[in-house]
Design a protein around this ligand. Structure first.
Ligand SMILES: Nc1nc2c(c(=O)[nH]1)N[C@H]1C(S)=C(S)[C@@H](COP(=O)(O)O)O[C@H]1N2
Ligand SMILES: [Mo]
Length: 440
C-alpha cells in the first residue's frame, strides 16, 4: 500500500515551485534540518524519521522528491504483448520498464523496454528472405539473407546480453536534459542467438582502412521522408570485432518480436543501446567515424572536462559514450512501499552491471548513506550478462527509511551520489538510487 498522500504532495509542490524558499523553510539557512521542520516533515510523511540526524544537509527525503507510481506519477501504457510499461512518448513510441518488473535473470519479451527513434516498420512478409549487406572498406562485400544466417555457414551462439539505452537514468540529471526522462528501467538482459559480427567481417575481409562501422535499419523516419534515417549510428571496429557483438536472429529462443527489431538486429552489449540497430539492413565499414543520424555534436557524447550544468555546448570537445557506467536496480521492493508495523528486517534483491566491465560489489544503506552493508553479488552467467545481487538490511524501529543501493565496478568506480558530468542530452547518469519505505 502506498503511503504518500496530499500533505506530502503539497510539500513537493512547494519545493518544485520555489526550491529556494522551501529549502529555507524546511532546512533553515544553514541547510540543516530544523527541529520544527523535522517535525513538520515527519508529520507530512506520517511517521518519524529514525535516522533524521544522518540525513545530509539540503537533501529532501526521496518520498517527497520522487513521485511514486502509486500516486499519479508516471503514465502507464498497455502495448500488445507487453506488461504495463511507463509511457515515455507515443511518437516515436517509447516505454520504460518499471524497476520491479526487471527481476528475471533473463528479461522476457513482455518486460523489455521499447525505444524507437522513428516509425515501427511493417512486419516482413517473408523473414527468411530479408537481406543484410556488409560493404565499404571490405575486400568482398557480403549480402546474406536471414535464411543464410541460420544456415550453418557461421556458428550460431547464444548469450545473455545487457542492452541499455545511453540515456538510462536521464531523469536524475539536474537541471533537466533533453530526451526521454528515463528512470532506471531502460535496460534489459535477454538471451540472444545469432552469428558473431566478427565472423561476418572475417568473411568479408576487412581492408587495412576499416576503422569504423555505420549501421542502417528499415524503420522509416518519423517524417516519412525516405531519404532520412530514423537513426544510423556506428562504432569503432574493435567493438564490432568483439566476440559478444552479435547479428541476432532470435531472442529468448523465439523469433525476435517486431518491436525489438525483427527479423534481424545488432546486439552490441555494454555500449549505448542505440548501437544495437533494429531491423538491420546494412553495415557500412568505413575509414572514418560514421556521420549518420545520432552521430556527432552532443548525440551520445559526453564531456571530457565537465561543463556548467544547464549551459549550452556544441559537443565538439566531447567524447563518444562507449562502455556504459556501473548501475544497480532494486527489483523486489518499489519506491513508496509500506511494510507492516514491527518489520525489522527487509530482504533486498536486484541486478547490477557495468558496461564492458563487471560489478565487484553492491552495497545498501538504510541510514541515508552513513553506513553501508555489503550485499551478495553473483558472477554474470556469461560476459555481458547482468549480475544478481541480494541481501538483507535490519531496521531499528518503525518509521520512514530509504533504501539506498550502489554498485562498484571491477575498477573500483562507484555510482556517484548525484548524477555527474551533466551534458545537454543527458547521457551516463548513474547516481545512487533511493527507494522510500515506510514501516508501520
Ligand atoms: N533501427 C533502429 N534501431 C534502434 C533504434 C531505432 O530507433 N531504430 N533505437 C535504438 C535505441 S536508442 C535503443 S536504446 C535500442 C532499444 O532496443 P529495444 O527497443 O529493443 O529495447 O534500440 C536501438 N536500435
Ligand atoms: Mo537508446
Amino acid at each position: 500500500m502506498p503511503f504518500l498522500g496530499k500533505a506530502e504532495r503539497s510539500v513537493r509542490e512547494l519545493y518544485q515551485d520555489d526550491p529556494e524558499r522551501s529549502d529555507a523553510l524546511v532546512w533553515g539557512r544553514r541547510g540543516a534540518l530544523q527541529g520544527a521542520a523535522l517535525g513538520a516533515m515527519g508529520a507530512a510523511l506520517g511517521a518519524t524519521i529514525p535516522f533524521a540526524a544522518r540525513l545530509p544537509g539540503g537533501l529532501l527525503p526521496a518520498a517527497l522528491a520522487q513521485p511514486t507510481s502509486a500516486e499519479g506519477g508516471p503514465r502507464m501504457v498497455q502495448l500488445e504483448g507487453k506488461a504495463p510499461l511507463i509511457l515515455q512518448g507515443e511518437r516515436p513510441l517509447n516505454a520504460e520498464t518499471p524497476e520491479t518488473l526487471l527481476d528475471d535473470d533473463v528479461t522476457p519479451a513482455e518486460k523489455m523496454f521499447v525505444r524507437n527513434n522513428g516509425q515501427v516498420p511493417d512486419a516482413p512478409s517473408d523473414p527468411r528472405t530479408w537481406k543484410i549487406r556488409i560493404d565499404g572498406e571490405v575486400n568482398r562485400p557480403l549480402e546474406l539473407t536471414v535464411g543464410e544466417l541460420e544456415g550453418g555457414r557461421f556458428p550460431l551462439v547464444t548469450r545473455r546480453l545487457q542492452l541499455e539505452c545511453g540515456g538510462n537514468g536521464r531523469s536524475f540529471f539536474s537541471p533537466e536534459t533533453r530526451g526521454n526522462q528515463w528512470g532506471n528501467g531502460a535496460v534489459s538482459c535477454a538471451e540472444w542467438t545469432g552469428v558473431r559480427l566478427r565472423d561476418l567481417l572475417l568473411a568479408a575481409g576487412l581492408k587495412e582502412s576499416a576503422k569504423f562501422t555505420g549501421h542502417y535499419g528499415a524503420d522509416p523516419h518519423l517524417s516519412g521522408d525516405q531519404e532520412r534515417q530514423a537513426i544510423s549510428r556506428g562504432m569503432r571496429i574493435e567493438k564490432a570485432q568483439d566476440e559478444d557483438t552479435l547479428v541476432a536472429i532470435r531472442m529468448n529462443g523465439q523469433l525476435i518480436p517486431l518491436i525489438h527489431g525483427a527479423p534481424v538486429r545488432l546486439v552490441t552489449p555494454g555500449w549505448p543501446g542505440s548501437l544495437s540497430q533494429k531491423w538491420l539492413t546494412r553495415i557500412w565499414i568505413r575509414d572514418r567515424p560514421h556521420d549518420g543520424q545520432g552521430m556527432g555534436g552532443t548525440s551520445y557524447r559526453v564531456p571530457v572536462r565537465p561543463i556548467v550544468p544547464g549551459s549550452r555546448n556544441d559537443g565538439s570537445e566531447f567524447r563518444e559514450l562507449e562502455s556504459m557506467p556501473v548501475r544497480s536496480i532494486l527489483t523486489n521492493l518499489s519506491h513508496g512501499t509500506r511494510l507492516p508495523v514491527g518489520t525489522r528486517e527487509v530482504n533486498l534483491r536486484g541486478h547490477a552491471w557495468a558496461g564492458d566491465k563487471t560489478v565487484r560489489a553492491v552495497h545498501a544503506s538504510i541510514d541515508f548513506g552513513a553506513t553501508w552493508r555489503e550485499m551478495r553479488t553473483d558472477p554474470p552467467s556469461n560476459r555481458y550478462a547482468w549480475q544478481r545481487w541480494s541481501g538483507r538490511v535490519d531496521l531499528p524501529s518503525d518509521g520512514y527509511f530509504e533504501v539506498w543501493y550502489r554498485a562498484t565496478d571491477s575498477d573500483g568506480l562507484m555510482q556517484p551520489h548525484i548524477a555527474a558530468n551533466w551534458n545537454p542530452q543527458g547521457y551516463g547518469s548513474n547516481a545512487v538510487s533511493r527507494a522510500a519505505i515506510m514501516v508501520g
